[in-house]
Design a protein around this ligand. Structure first.
Ligand code: SF4
Length: 289
């Protein structure tokens, strides 16, 4: 991501006039706080920053950020962000949305955004429920969890967002928790400083509709990745993603060519090949005449 140094900045600099309208206790408050802190840590220029979202409670996040914003259609935040980044590679682009938005209707875009490895940071605020539409099962709802649409418990295999990002080619993959603001801000800052597609899953409880994945539930489940974990090791990252323990931290971090670098190489390669082939053709004409 292009980080534009500014004078020392504070979190307040990134707060818009619009006050959050989430339910009291919503995990999204903590994520917003960490987003402000990460922006301040990187001293990002708000005039150079775009926050993109889809539909859902967490899709409101760009309203509360004093920068450019794009509220896309349901599940379409990543295509909008892709267009923004391709048209204006100099901009810092962050995408924020929920598990329903990104892993159901937007799942295809998630897979392909990981493959493209554009310089974008994508945060899924995972509450394992559709909060805005009042409590239906989402792609990350667990088997045992009963919801309005699954009163006897969800009968679908939950998606593992970390594993999905890893196998699809995301070059920075991490997980945080909305009530661990300091650690989460650090993860977001690392993701935004990373060159390439950076994905963070954040556990962000919905106390209104999800009575299973509560703050207490997560506090009992989570633990940091072992210090010995080498975040350049993809097989190990996958092992931790599928482990019965629920780890937080940076699973994977790798420097790889981004989409714009690949296309530049292809363009350059094609014209060089073409020139070589044309010269050979002209030489063969000259030899024949
Ligand atoms: Fe947050 Fe859930 Fe309320 Fe939506 S419904 S604002 S996710 S607590």
């Amino acid at each position: 991501m292009t980080t534009t140094p500014l004078r020392p900045s504070t979190c307040d600099q990134y707060k818009s006039q619009v006050k959050p309208t989430w339910c009291p206790g919503c995990g999204d408050f903590g994520v917003l706080k960490s987003v402000y802190a990460a922006f301040a840590q990187l001293e990002l220029d708000p005039d150079n920053l775009v926050a993109v979202s889809g539909i859902g409670c967490s899709g409101r996040l760009p309203f509360f950020i004093d920068a450019y914003g794009f509220h896309a259609l349901h599940g379409r935040a990543l295509p909008a962000a892709t267009g923004i980044k391709l048209a204006r590679p100099d901009l810092d682009v962050i995408v924020l949305g929920g598990d329903g938005d990104g892993l159901a209707i937007g799942a295809g875009h998630f897979v392909n955004a990981c493959r493209r490895n554009l310089d974008i940071t994508y945060i899924i605020l995972n509450n394992s429920i559709y909060g805005l539409t009042k409590g239906q099962a989402s792609p990350t709802s667990s088997w045992s969890m009963s919801t309005k649409t699954a009163p006897h418990g969800s009968s679908e295999q939950p998606v593992n967002p970390i594993a999905l990002a890893l196998v699809c080619g995301a070059t920075f993959v991490a997980r945080g928790f909305s009530s661990q603001n300091k650690q989460l801000a650090e993860l977001i800052a690392q993701a935004m400083a990373h060159k390439g597609f950076a994905f963070i899953e954040v556990f962000s409880p919905c106390p209104t509709f999800n009575k299973f994945n509560t703050y207490e539930y997560y506090r009992n489940e989570i633990q940091p990745l072992p210090e010995a974990h080498d975040s350049h090791n993809l097989p190990d990252a996958l092992r931790y993603a599928f482990a019965p323990e629920t780890y937080l931290g940076v699973f994977y971090n790798s420097d790889q060519a981004m989409l714009n670098e690949h296309t530049e190489r292809i363009k350059t390669g094609t014209s060089a090949d073409l020139e070589t082939r044309l010269n050979a053709l002209f030489d063969s004409f000259a030899a024949a005449s």
